[in-house]
Design a protein around this ligand. Structure first.
Ligand SMILES: C[S@@+](CC[C@H](N)C(=O)[O-])C[C@H]1O[C@@H](n2cnc3c(N)ncnc32)[C@H](O)[C@@H]1O
Length: 312
């Protein structure tokens, strides 16, 4: 029999979160120990933020069973891709064309994927740690222009508005579903920013109109592994950033997912690429697979998450 959220933690769980976890465990009781560990990691304040996010989702017509299903879709799809990766030692897909139709351009799937991904920002300890690095390092008093490449669910762009003092925000995403979700979360939580942000539906590399050296902050979470030429993305970031800009990038190593197409097999391989693009690593966060060291994760080809504050 599946456990309930309340039996897995001493923390006080807000109502939406408690119901969401109960629904997840009802559907997938094997996820018990993972959730127990996750609840040990997340703070009550972060749980309360997740609760507000779930309020927002419900206000947009996504009820909690849908949100539980969105989360479990990511869990199930990732597990299937992990099995493929263990067998073939490479990601299933290699090009944007391989994944565009069934991910970015499939509105129903993409919506589910982005809602589910937002939940992992709280329930997956590595994702939570990467988000904490962002919150800790994002400059709070700097003005100017802020660029988010691939905002997806829009949670981090919304957070930047909440925490920072930037004047203008630009989000560029290749998926219409992501652009709509980002627009909705900003309208809901930050209506006062209505005149100060712009969202563009396009490939970041096609945004040739952007002016070199014009951005004070550039954030790109979980996009590099989705593109065919991550080094070109990084070079373009270096070009667009002001000399002292805040640059925050996250990605992953040996981390199969339905739409991951660029595979790094070690942090060294990735970091060599980053440093070959005119960017320097200021603050690295290298997060091994749960229960393993970084060396073990690399040797055993297990997923590693990484977040970096970069500088020119
Ligand atoms: C995995 S989501 C990441 C969402 C969010 N940034 C985060 O850190 O959780 C990746 C997002 O990047 C977008 N994306 C992928 N390739 C892109 C490209 N070439 N240009 C712009 N956006 C892209 C996808 O549509 C999706 O919304």
């Amino acid at each position: 029999m599946s456990k309930t959220a309340a039996t897995l933690t001493d923390k006080t769980l807000p109502e939406n979160v408690s119901t969401l976890i109960d629904l997840i465990l009802e559907e997938n009781p094997m996820h018990n120990s993972f959730i127990q560990n996750a609840l040990g990691h997340v703070t009550e304040e972060e749980l309360s933020t997740l609760d507000s996010y779930l309020d927002f989702c419900q206000s947009k017509g996504q009820n909690l069973p849908y949100m539980a299903d969105a989360y479990l879709t990511i869990v199930g799809d990732t597990f299937r891709e992990q099995l493929y990766f263990m067998k073939h030692k490479e990601y299933r897909h290699k090009s944007y064309a391989d994944v565009a139709g069934h991910v970015y351009d499939d509105k129903d799937y993409m919506n589910k994927y982005m809602y589910g991904l937002a939940i992992t920002s709280f329930l997956w300890p590595n994702h939570l740690d990467m988000g904490r690095l962002f919150v800790e390092t994002m400059p709070q008093t700097r003005n100017g222009k802020y660029l988010d490449i691939g905002p997806g669910h829009g949670y981090y762009l919304m957070k930047a508005m909440e925490l920072g003092s930037f004047d203008e925000f630009l989000g560029i995403d290749i998926s219409e579903a992501s652009i709509n979700q980002t627009g909705a979360i900003l309208d809901h939580f930050k209506p006062e920013f209505k005149e100060r942000f712009e969202l563009r539906l396009m490939d970041f590399l096609d945004a040739t109109e952007l002016e070199a050296g014009s951005f004070d902050a550039i954030v790109m979470g979980e996009v590099l592994e989705h593109v065919e030429q991550p080094d070109v993305f990084l070079k373009r970031i270096a070009e667009l950033a002001k000399d002292d800009a805040y640059i925050y990038v996250t990605t992953c190593i040996n981390a199969p997912a339905v739409d991951h197409i660029f595979l790094w097999r070690s942090t060294e391989e990735l970091e060599k690429m980053i440093e070959g693009t005119g960017l320097k690593i200021k603050t690295p966060l290298r997060l091994p697979y749960e229960g393993k060291t970084l060396e073990e994760s690399q040797a055993e080809e297990l997923s590693i998450n990484v977040a970096y504050v970069l500088e020119k």
